[in-house]
Design a protein around this ligand. Structure first.
Ligand code: GAF
Length: 430
């Protein structure tokens, strides 16, 4: 008897270089996809139901085609939420068995949830024979998380995991989903690596979490600034405007909004540094970003601060900061390639000695997003080599444009011919 045909759909994880909590207030973010993967394997079921299984968790779920029940509180909610959002769009998905496997570290701030959502979206769009614009795939995955799972996340993770290209970071204006791909190998950056150090402290972005509380505090300030100054959102606001209404805000809201406004400015500086190939300038922005995330947004923790401090003392480290939703997770470091081995050994040893925790370290190349792997699910075409080179393009302007945009820069030449699905982050050997 022949075994059922199985088709695999993959989506990466992501690390955010800079732009934290700016993605739900019309701000800028600068993440890149990393070569961890979720694989959603699709096969025909023996019956007329939807079946969900997972290699990382024991629970299985089977639902009828007309099932409209709410979340159950386990891993399957991320995939069922995506199915629901496809149904809302009127996309009829035939019965399936979807099996999820993956290696994106869980609760590490590297977007394991969005990776499951986007891998599921790729699989189910393919299964339904449907296509959507890149931005719509990301928004659908975000809605699954907001409405079905119940986590109030922004759009950054789903977008970069959908649209990223190997060798590039993705500069995204979260208000209109206009984006640019910035090469990671310009000038001095060609001699640098992105080193991600996992503190081992778990974080969450669920409802009722500190993430959700921060979001409320940001929105309190944004509402007042809208009323007073007619700004569209915090992405438009200036520090002078925030300062002028300081007395009317809670101290927390003032601090959170200060972080957001200055963070947007830092993203622009980081993008400019990247385009100029200036590793020192980029590292400086990362370092400043950490101070703001720690002191104004108050989203760090002692373990992470320790890692950032030790990193800053290492030769060849240009900058380090807490990345992702906060309250634990990973530190992203910009490190000279020839210093990486010593850097990793020193950081791991110091962390172990102080906290008795073995930090996992991931050397991350910027990777392709799901649409680059599965172009048949998107209505847009990938760029060709004649497209404008991002290194000559100015940083994103804040113009209101439509959702879902073509790529503006060629992907790295080295992508051609590689089997990206099997790329894995290189775990540091030391
Ligand atoms: C989490 C969220 F899911 C993102 O939307 C973003 O807000 C991030 O935290 C913080 O920048 O990853």
């Amino acid at each position: 008897m022949s075994s059922p045909r199985v088709i695999d759909f993959t989506a990466p994880g992501r690390v955010n270089l800079i732009g934290e909590h700016t993605d739900y207030s019309g701000g800028l973010v600068l993440p890149m996809a990393i070569p961890f993967h979720t694989t959603a394997s699709l096969s025909e079921p023996a019956d007329d139901h939807y079946h969900f299984t997972c290699g990382m968790f024991p629970t299985k779920r089977t639902i009828a085609r007309d099932d409209r029940s709410t979340r159950v509180g386990d891993w399957s909610d991320y995939s069922v939420g995506v199915l629901r959002e496809l149904q809302v769009l009127g996309i009829e998905v035939p019965p399936f068995h979807l099996h999820i496997e993956g290696n994106v570290p869980l609760g590490a701030g590297l977007s394991s949830s969005a990776s499951v959502e986007v891998a599921t979206a790729a699989a189910l769009l393919h299964h339904a024979g449907a296509k959507l614009p890149v931005g719509e795939i990301a928004l659908l995955a975000q809605r699954a998380e907001n409405r079905y799972v119940g986590s109030p996340c922004g759009i950054m993770d789903q977008f970069v995991i959908t649209a990223a290209r190997a060798g590039h970071a993705l500069l995204l204006n979260t208000r209109d989903l206009e984006y640019k791909l910035l090469p990671m190998n310009t000038g001095a950056l060609a001699a640098c690596s992105i080193v991600v150090v996992n503190s081992g402290v778990k974080h969450t972005v669920t409802a009722g979490s500190a993430y959700a509380e921060r979001r409320k505090e940001v929105e309190e300030g944004q509402t007042l600034l809208r009323e007073r100054f007619g700004v569209r959102d915090l992405g438009d606001a200036e520090m002078e405007q925030l300062d002028s209404v300081r007395a009317e805000l809670s101290p927390e809201s003032y601090k959170r909004c200060s972080h957001i406004i200055t963070e947007n400015a830092r993203v622009k500086r980081a993008a400019a540094a990247m385009l100029a190939g200036d590793a020192a300038a980029l590292g400086q922005v990362l370092q400043e970003g950490h101070v703001s995330y720690r002191d104004l947004f108050e989203a760090s923790c002692e373990e992470v601060d320790f890692l950032v401090e030790v990193a800053g003392q290492q030769p060849g480290c240009f900058g380090a900061r807490l990345t992702g939703g906060g309250f634990g997770g990973c530190v992203v470091n910009l490190v000279a390639k020839d210093a990486v081995e010593d850097f990793v050994a020193a950081v791991k040893a110091a962390y172990k000695q102080h906290w008795q925790i073995d930090a996992e370290v991931y050397l991350c190349e910027a990777s392709d997003g799901a649409v680059a792997e599965h172009p048949e699910i998107a209505t847009e075409e990938a760029p060709d080599e004649r497209d404008l080179h991002a290194a000559t393009a100015p940083p994103l302007e804040r113009s209101a444009r439509r959702v879902g945009h073509r790529f503006t820069a060629p992907h790295a030449a080295s992508v051609a011919g590689t089997d990206r699905r099997h790329d894995r982050p290189h775990r540091a050997a030391v």
